[in-house]
Design a protein around this ligand. Structure first.
Ligand SMILES: Cc1ncc(COP(=O)(O)O)c(C=O)c1O
Length: 399
């Protein structure tokens, strides 16, 4: 399903506070942070001319977040960054001096961090990032997961020293439980979604994601004409849409938000013109995108800066993973998890429909940018869906 943005705020400038968080100053702040993060390197941007030709478009590039900061997904940029920023702010207030990102190893800062606890809910990737950030600064982290999160994903978070709490119900239930327990214990919630009265910390998380756009602008030989970004609660889509809007204004690429048809809460909020919580349905294979309640902060940005909202079927996601694993011609092979491949899933769905192709103005001159938001964060599931292990796919890449 496709919906063009007709919201009353469409085309308006971003709210000044959102522009300050997610525009150029925000991107500069995360860039300064990353420059000081051990082991950080920009993720690769791959050109896929073979696949572009097969799809009948002019060009296709994919920013590959599969290796970001060793965590396997773009979420590595957000939660850890927010935790470190919050520790530095607390330390600056208590020590009475300004601190920069390089001072997280300072003994006085670490002593303050040791007394702080960060909590979050996750269906996998965000929790890993929060746990990594807490471990880096020597703080405590407590991560809440719902019953659908695989043991493999739980173990991957616990490896960073997080205390894990299983919650009955869905992702939304785990968010409520994390907030309730954190409130009663005096912990700080670092959520990747916002709610009324709680926007600053999710804003910092999203500020972390803006690094993807900044790196991509530097890596792309030409400005894309189209960008397709997948959404769960809308955080990454809004961060990238805000970057496009503040950098290029009315000349920005055509921005399409892609969601699983089984969990399309942003689509529903776009159709109704206001935030809506949708009913839970059958699970989608795009597990990281299985969200039923959009982030109001993300929606506020997307109402202004997204051009279209699109849903993709589970079969599109599986096809996209397979196409990226088995490249055309000399294109590189890319390991994309179910949710990571969702942007391509949306593009495939759109190109199959002559109406959608026309509405999105996709043709043989279009240059499309996608983000592979995760690698094979659940390798067993990946092998089931692709018929090859993640290692076999990466080894098939030309050196
Ligand atoms: C791999 C992956 N892609 C995309 C998303 C969607 O991000 P958001 O919830 O910010 O829309 C997530 C969220 O967890 C994710 O883990």
């Amino acid at each position: 399903m496709l919906l063009l943005n007709t919201h009353r705020d469409y085309g308006r400038d971003l709210d000044p506070a959102d522009a300050a968080t997610l525009g150029p100053a925000g991107a500069a702040a995360i860039a300064r942070h990353l420059a000081r993060r051990p082991g950080h390197a920009p993720t690769p941007l791959h050109a896929l001319p073979g696949l572009a030709g097969a799809l009948g478009i002019g060009g296709l590039s994919i920013k590959d977040e599969g290796q970001r900061l060793g965590l396997g997904s773009f979420k590595a940029l957000g939660g850890a960054y927010a935790v470190i920023r919050l520790v530095l702010e607390e330390a600056a207030a208590r020590l009475g001096r300004t601190l920069d990102d390089g001072e997280i190893d300072d003994a006085a800062v670490r002593a303050i961090a040791a007394g702080m606890t960060f909590a979050c809910a996750t269906d996998g990737n965000h929790g890993r990032s929060v746990a990594q950030g807490a471990q880096l600064v020597g703080a405590r982290s407590v991560v809440f997961v719902h019953g659908g999160v695989s043991d493999e994903r739980v173990a991957a978070i616990a490896r960073f020293g997080a205390e894990m709490v299983r919650v009955a119900g869905t992702y939304d239930d785990s968010i409520v439980e994390a907030a309730r327990v954190a409130d009663s214990q005096g912990w700080t919630v670092v959520s990747d979604t916002s709610w009324e009265g709680y926007e600053r910390i999710p804003g910092l998380v999203m500020q972390g994601y803006t690094a993807i756009a900044q790196e991509a602008f530097a890596q792309l030989p030409e400005r894309p004409t189209h960008v397709f970004v997948q959404a769960g609660v809308g955080g990454i889509a809004a961060a990238l849409a805000a970057q496009m809007q503040t950098r290029f204004g009315a000349d920005r690429p055509f921005f399409t938000v892609v969601e699983p048809e089984l969990a399309a809460c942003i689509f529903a909020a776009a159709r109704q013109g206001r935030p809506v919580k949708i009913a839970h349905g059958a699970p989608t294979v795009m597990a990281m995108l299985e969200c039923y309640d959009p982030s109001p902060l993300a929606l506020r940005v997307l109402y202004r800066a997204a051009d279209a909202f699109l849903t993709a079927a589970d079969s599109d996601a599986i096809e996209a993973m397979n196409r990226l694993a088995r490249p055309v011609g000399s294109d590189p092979a890319i390991v994309a998890g179910e949710s990571g491949a969702a942007g391509l899933a949306g593009l495939l769905a759109a190109l199959r429909s002559p109406e959608a192709r026309a509405a999105l103005r996709l043709d043989d001159r279009s240059r499309v940018l996608l983000v592979n938001t995760e690698g094979a964060t659940d390798p067993t599931r990946y092998a089931e869906l692709v018929g090859l292990s993640p290692d076999e796919v990466s080894k098939s890449r030309p050196a």
